[in-house]
Design a binder for this molecule. Sequence first.
Ligand code: 5RP
Length: 271
Amino acid sequence: MDWGLHNRMARFVKPVTGHTVMLAADHGYFMGPTRRLENPHLTLEPLLPFADAIAVTRGVLRNSVPAISDVPIVLRVSGGVTVLKEDLSDEAITTSMEDALRLNASAVALSVFVGAAHEHQSLVSLAELVDEGEAYGMPVMAITAVGKELEKRDARYLSLACRVSAELGAHLVKTYYCEEFEKVVEGCPVPLVVAGGPKLDTDRAVLELCAGAIAKGAIGVDMGRNIWQSDHPVAMIQAIRAIVHEKATAREAIQMLELGKKASPPRSVPA
Ligand code: 5RP
């Protein structure tokens, strides 16, 4: 890996643990004002001290994140379709590498839609973005998006999507946790982080997902709704950090979360 690319990656994949807690807040690019992310500044501000990176679009970055913040940025650079369309796979690159560099991004991210109508377009976008990333020292994260077809979240499908992303040159892949997740890890020669997906029913389920993913070889999480839609987002991200960086078990993290709930400030974002 070239020095600049390696250095950017080390900003958010913490060299001490080799792991990362990325906070995903890019949902608005196709979902609009998602619940509890209506005002990204209010949502993000209390969480910034606990995030190894935030995953956002350039619009949220410029308008909702103070430029004096030192949190590393994983910049979402794909889009072009919204939840109003049946086919979410019709994405293209929506932010140039030049703008990503101007914004001092630590990585760029795009969705790939393996098996969907616009599979070809998204995979070619990934390959082209990697060419640019290699030229400028910018890591590229491929997000194995499953669109509206959530039933595809099994090890067979995700192994295929992650491996194809790595083969096309992605430096990091974001995917979903699933049964037999170790098979997804085994077949993917680059590091994997997991998303959380829609908010789970219990805190325990969130922390067990994180612990399972780390135990099976993910290097971290890139999680959104299960953190900032929580009633105690600061306590939740701290409990997740304990799993990702300190090898806490799900059980230990749950105990931490309960203590954190008593100490954490009331959320500033309406229910
Ligand atoms: C949107 C994304 C999100 O960043 C990703 O889904 C992670 O967020 P969540 O944990 O809420 O699923 O890629 O396309």
